[in-house]
Design a protein around this ligand. Structure first.
Ligand SMILES: [Zn+2]
Length: 251
């Protein structure tokens, strides 16, 4: 890697560890992030313009919405911020200036913290930190109905991706019996909702996880991989690579 003249882009998968219904693993979000990273690294393995490596994941995040259930492991905003900035500064000192944060946990305070960390890392290193913001309208529009209709927490979209990425980690018997819980998470969050119980989601999921399929998960992963691959290219070329906040499909 060191002798290779192509610019190096490092992918950093992040949190969180939290309940995802009675059927999908606590690590659902980092599993999705890690799978995206793996697929992007594979897609760009022999690319003439850029090389990609994957950093060890940060499997935790700012996690308050699922605090009613065991398994939610919250870290404070300042903890996450310091960790992300320290990692970017340490890498920059070694001449590794291209980092992309790959995130699939969408609590507002978590996303805000990621952006604060990207700003601070850029201030201290002079390097833009890459980010694919899936709460942007133009990103969500390329994904599934459940995402377009306000997001998925352990719903059909997220569960399908786990089925495709880590077969065996979804309890498919439990999944098949789950009743639909239609809920526009984006709208609830925009109106100030602070946790899933208050939103009327008593089992820590929304949407229709019983309809999840491996095929849908594979298709979503193709779309996510294409979007992230472009962010990596743009970051390496100095032409972009960091989305501004999508404010829950409002922009
Ligand atoms: Zn999730």
């Amino acid at each position: 890697m060191i002798e290779d003249p192509r610019p190096v882009v490092l992918l950093l998968p992040v949190g969180s560890t939290e309940p995802h219904g009675p059927h999908s693993p606590l690590a659902t979000d980092p599993i999705i992030s890690a799978e995206m990273c793996l697929r992007v690294a594979r897609a760009l393995r022999d690319d003439p313009d850029v090389q990609v490596s994957i950093l060890p994941e940060i499997g935790y995040g700012v996690t308050r919405f699922t605090k009613a259930w065991p398994g939610a492991i919250h870290i404070e905003e300042e903890t996450l911020l310091a960790l992300l900035v320290d990692i970017c500064v340490s890498l920059a000192r070694q001449g590794l200036g291209h980092v992309v944060i790959v995130n699939n946990h969408f609590e507002p305070e978590h996303i805000k913290t990621l952006h604060r960390a990207m700003d601070e890392a850029e201030r201290r290193t002079g390097n833009v930190v890459g980010y694919l913001d899936l709460t942007r309208k133009r990103r969500a529009e390329q994904l599934t109905d459940e995402v377009r209709e306000g997001g998925s927490h352990a719903g059909r979209y997220e569960t399908s991706i786990v089925l495709a990425a880590r077969p065996g980690l979804v309890d498919e018997q439990v999944m098949a019996a789950l009743e639909p819980m239609p809920k526009n998470l984006a709208a609830e969050i925009a109106h100030g909702a602070k946790d899933f119980v208050a939103m009327g989601l008593p089992k820590a999921y929304n949407g229709t996880p019983a309809d999840a399929t491996v095929d849908e998960g594979r298709q979503s992963l193709v779309t996510l991989t294409d979007m992230l691959t472009q962010q990596v290219r743009d970051l390496a070329a100095g032409t972009g690579g960091r989305d501004t906040p999508g404010l829950y499909i409002r922009v």
